[in-house]
Write a protein that binds this ligand. Structure first.
Ligand code: WT7
Length: 668
């Protein structure tokens, strides 16, 4: 970090225009504030917590934690004893302060004619109504509510009505299959499901209600009864809704959103909850194949989400924020909902795809709404990069001030296209590194202070002390490459994995005792900049969706012909990574297109379309060590057609890799 000011080669320093109005307007200012945040985190975060409303102040220490398994259980508690309500801070407070007329959301559907908007006042009324509906349906503080909805204002209303009454929302990405939805509803012990009739991805119909109905049947068969399903009529505004199949309906379970909302009162007292009361659970993939229910709590998460929103996007009241992320993932939670509303932002949310009706959709949207801050994922940028440049250049994009990226490393080529073509070298690229578990970005540049390096997530956010450790857990000082860990607690860190605290400890704290382990490898350069290399556990990142090899393999194994299976990632020009599967067939089965289609269908049904393998290789055997463990590292070499195998001495059958290399070449 020290040498930065003298050597700006290859760096993109903040422009004067950006610096002029920035909250943090120089590297020195960032360094000073960062130093304060790590030297006295309590004082730092206490000060930032002041603008929020706390019904009661903390009764004990502002922060208590233990990251050392030798000293006992892992825990992090911020502002214990304080009471608040996150929904109150996000909505009521702004209305009470006279900002009810301010626009909270502009919603844009898949179809460019589908538009809605809602003010803070409107949002408050709708949330109160929905909270009353939940209460009528028996939902109480601490109960879990599953939300399986496309990115809509109504999904946000459902989320915040849970927060209002102290219930815990469990948003399940609307790309998941019935089986994946049921598995998560059962794991979370959800009492109620809120869904929609369906939505479109381009011209493709997504039958959400049919999937939900199937999932509810699966829950029932497993002995988990969900008595009510509230269904929002999402298709009413769609022009494509003419030919959709009938929406299944069961009067004994299903309730129309519009009907229940119409008769509910728009007044609903907030429930004051402890700062450490759970706010939501969000499932993410885990390396055992069983999804992890990442649990975030109220006070700390609110504080962190608001702080990263303000500083990472250098948020000002006149900004219009547009994040293309789905509400079903943490990006949608932290930025589209919690961070944005905490900062009183006006936000565009989008239930569509970047290529429909054509590849200019994002840029058209940005012009029409006059978006200042656009946050998206490398996979979307790479898709749009392939298209003719005129899709971008025919729109002005003059309103854009800032661009952001999340979900996977943004390679320099993609970075440059985003920076030069989209932002016309005017907008800094805010590459935010984070995870479902971290609650918000933990390594990212700040627009007015951080000189950028294409491909680097740059420097730690306030209060974050990252370190690089080697395989033995020894911390590396200065330049180096190894495993990325965080040494200290921050307000947004997940508190546990729902129902399995031991898995929380073993996944994140046991690998390098004393540190939070991200699961990623990273490099730190001479300037102290971090470069995320990627996952080091059995995880794949396909179009920004994190999947585990075990999850995919267990789906593959469901086909009666499959004796053994292994999934590995392969580099993919648009998705970042794609899934290649190796399968060994049972005796007497012969691989053909029918088996291939059936296997893909199983993956689609068990997980979702986004997890379907790119390629399936039928092979005579898998490379294994004596204990039977599959050497996925070598399968990756096969996928890359890289004969430089490294140490294969533990491999039982030394000839297998050569066979596999030959087999996969033939496939081309
Ligand atoms: C994993 C977390 C954070 C919201 C979306 C993903 C990868 C995320 C970056 C980035 C390099 C990134 C990491 C991480 N990742 N952002 N800016 N640069 N890698 O959340 O599903 O919990 O996935 O995504 O590998 O561990 P998630």
């Amino acid at each position: 970090m020290k040498s930065l000011k003298t050597d700006l080669n290859g760096l993109y320093p903040p422009s004067d225009a950006v610096q002029q109005s920035a909250h943090i307007a120089s590297l020195d200012q960032y360094l000073k504030m960062y130093k304060a945040s790590i030297e006295d985190p309590i004082q730092f975060w206490e000060k930032l917590s002041k603008p929020f409303f706390w019904k009661q102040q903390p009764t004990g220490p502002f922060l208590r934690y233990n990251f050392d398994l030798k000293k006992g259980n892992i825990f992090t508690k911020w502002m214990e004893g304080a009471t608040t309500n996150v929904c109150y801070n996000l909505v009521d407070k702004h209305v009470e302060e006279g900002n009810g007329h301010r626009m909270a959301y502009y919603w844009e559907g898949n179809d460019p004619t589908e538009q809605k908007q809602i003010t803070y006042q409107g949002l408050l009324e709708a949330i109160c109504k929905c909270a009353n509906v939940l209460k009528t349906l028996g939902i109480q503080k601490g109960n879990r509510v599953a939300i399986y909805m496309p990115t809509t204002i109504e999904a946000i209303i459902a989320m915040l009505s849970c927060a209002r009454i102290g219930a815990i929302h469990v948003v399940i990405f609307a790309g998941f299959s019935a089986e994946a939805l049921a598995e998560r509803m059962i794991a979370a012990n959800a009492k109620l499901l809120v869904t929609a009739d369906g939505t479109f991805r381009g011209t493709k119909f997504i039958p959400l209600k049919s999937i939900a109905t199937q999932a509810l049947k699966q829950c029932k068969a497993a002995g988990h009864l969900i008595n009510h399903c509230v269904v929002f009529n999402r298709l009413q505004t769609s022009k494509l809704n003419k030919d959709v199949p009938d929406i299944p309906w069961d009067d004994s379970i299903d309730l129309a959103w519009e009907t229940v909302m119409a008769s509910a009162s728009d007044l609903c007292e907030v429930e004051w909850v402890d700062a450490e009361h759970p706010l939501f659970i969000l499932y993410t993939s885990g390396s055992t194949g069983k999804p992890k229910g990442v649990l975030h709590t109220s006070g700390g998460y609110l504080l962190y989400a608001a702080t990263v929103f303000k500083y990472a996007f250098d948020y000002h009241e006149e900004d219009l924020f547009f994040c293309s992320g789905d509400l079903g993932w943490i990006t949608g939670h932290t930025f589209n909902v919690y961070g944005a509303l905490a900062c009183k932002s006006s936000t565009v949310i989008f239930d569509g795809i970047p290529t429909y009706p054509d590849g200019g959709r994002f840029w058209e949207l940005i012009d029409r709404y006059q978006v200042t801050t656009f946050y998206t994922a490398p996979t979307a940028i790479r898709t749009l990069m392939q298209l003719d440049r005129s899709y971008v250049t025919k729109y002005s994009r003059a309103s854009l001030r800032l661009l952001g990226s999340v979900g996977e490393p943004i390679d320099p080529a993609t970075w440059h296209w985003f920076y030069e073509v989209v932002g016309e070298k005017r907008c800094p690229i805010i590459d935010t590194f984070w995870q479902t578990e971290t609650g918000g970005p933990i390594i990212c540049p700040l627009p007015g202070s951080t000189p950028l390096k294409p491909g680097s997530a740059t420097l730690p956010f306030f209060g974050i002390v990252p370190a690089i450790v080697d395989a033995d857990g020894v911390e590396m000082i200065g330049e180096g490459e190894g495993y990325l860990v965080i040494k200290n607690p921050w307000p947004g860190i997940a508190r546990t994995l729902d129902g399995n605290h031991q898995r929380f400890e073993s996944t994140y704290f046991e690998p390098y005792n004393g540190y939070y382990y991200t699961g990623d490898a990273a490099k730190r350069d001479a300037d102290g900049y971090f470069w995320i290399i990627g996952r080091r556990d059995d995880m794949l990142n396909v179009s920004g969706h994190l999947l585990s090899t075990a999850e995919i393999e267990s789906a593959l194994m469901q086909h009666p012909a499959v004796a053994e299976a292994a999934a590995v990632s392969a580099a993919h020009a648009i998705k970042g990574e794609s899934i290649h599967c190796f399968i060994v067939l049972k005796h007497r089965w012969k691989y053909d297109g029918i088996i291939e289609d059936a296997i893909k269908a199983i993956v689609r049904n068990k997980i979702g379309a986004f997890a379907v393998p790119e390629l399936i290789h039928p092979v005579p055997a898998l490379p294994k060590v004596a204990s039977g463990k599959i050497m996925r590292r070598l399968l990756k070499k096969v996928v890359q057609q890289d004969a430089d195998l490294g140490d294969t001495s533990t491999l039982v059958d030394q000839t297998i890799i050569e066979q596999l290399l030959a087999l996969t070449t033939k496939k081309g």
